[in-house]
Design a protein around this ligand. Structure first.
Ligand code: AVJ
Length: 315
């Protein structure tokens, strides 16, 4: 991720009117990565436990939905691999049941991949693992050259940060890089009441607020900005009807901020939208897949029906 790109995105996002925005992908600097790990361990952030429940307790249902032949080697490709704790359960079961496969974690962070590889080879000594660093679609395009059937893991509600238009484009591009019969495991957070969703993005301990405000610190450090974080507050929002959680940073007063020599004015109570976290149901997913060659094969939910891993197929 280049600093020029970061600067362009920040400046154009803050020039937007009426709603200023900042892309959520910039949350993840070193501090942001650490804070996100803390978020995943918070009692309010039900998403992690719910998907863990699926990978831990519905492993057989997951494996059966792949419909793989044990004699044919396949590739299990994980986009945005993270620390692999959920995937570990699936990998262990696949190895134990003598499936023939290579695990290919893909991430933009070489650091994340190194940590993951170290972890997984300790836990599963004979796991064939082939980490790939770089852009998802560049790597998928390379991998498409091999004949092996593929299962793509895109879990953790990572698709939730995309607007529906962008999610549809993402799924279309994914389909372009797959062969008929290939599968996708798509992990999404399900639509539910705001009593459950809001606390996940507005925890008592203030970790999410810190995660959101850290973006201002990052802009200050990397783009020579002078945001005073005391003058902004974390403002979460959930539209229960539409299923959109959104995070904002709200200006506590009229103020002007300079970034790389450019000035931006904020009125009291004016907001910057820093993240959307889309919540799904079958209708929304099918609409997003509408223009693609991908359809839903199966749906696995956790014991409390909070989260779903959809098994999709490329037709
Ligand atoms: C990593 C996109 C799944 O939207 O729930 C957590 C990021 N933001 N708390 C989410 C996040 C605030 C998270 N995803």
């Amino acid at each position: 991720m280049s600093i020029e790109q970061f600067k362009d995105d920040v400046i154009s996002g803050l020039r937007q009117s009426p709603q200023k925005t900042l892309p959520s992908k910039y949350f993840y600097d070193k501090k942001g990565d650490e804070l996100f790990v803390q978020i995943m361990h918070m009692p309010e952030y039900y998403l992690t436990n719910a998907e863990m429940d699926i990978f831990e307790n519905k492993t057989q249902e997951l494996i059966e939905s792949f419909g793989m032949d044990k004699t044919i080697p396949f590739e299990l490709i994980e986009l945005g691999a993270g620390d692999g704790t959920k995937t570990l359960h699936l990998l262990e079961a696949l190895v134990k049941e003598k499936y023939r496969f290579t695990y290919i974690p893909v991430d933009i962070s070489q650091n994340a991949l190194d940590g993951l590889q170290k972890n997984l080879t300790q836990q599963i000594p004979h796991l064939p693992i082939l980490p790939q660093q770089g852009d998802y679609f560049k790597i998928l395009n390379e991998l498409h050259k091999s004949e092996a059937p593929k299962i793509i893991l895109f879990i953790g509600s990572n698709i939730g940060n995309l607007t529906d238009d962008k999610a549809a484009l993402f799924m279309y591009k994914l389909g372009e890089n797959l062969t008929p019969g290939d599968k996708i495991v798509l992990g999404v957070d399900l639509m539910k009441s705001k009593e459950i969703v809001l606390p996940a993005y507005n925890d008592e301990g203030g970790i999410t607020a810190e995660f959101n405000l850290n973006l201002l610190d990052r802009i200050n450090t990397e783009l020579d900005g002078d945001f005073d974080r005391k003058n902004f507050e974390h403002a979460p929002f959930y539209d229960e009807e539409e299923g959109f959680a959104k995070s904002y940073l709200k200006s506590k007063k009229n103020q002007s901020v300079s970034i790389s020599g450019q000035h931006f004015n904020f009125k009291k109570d004016e907001t910057i939208c820093t993240e959307i976290s889309r919540k799904y149901n079958d209708t929304i997913l099918n609409r997003i897949l509408g223009e693609t060659d991908i359809t839903v094969l199966h749906k696995i939910v956790d014991s409390e029906s909070l989260f779903a891993d959809y098994i999709l197929v490329r037709n």
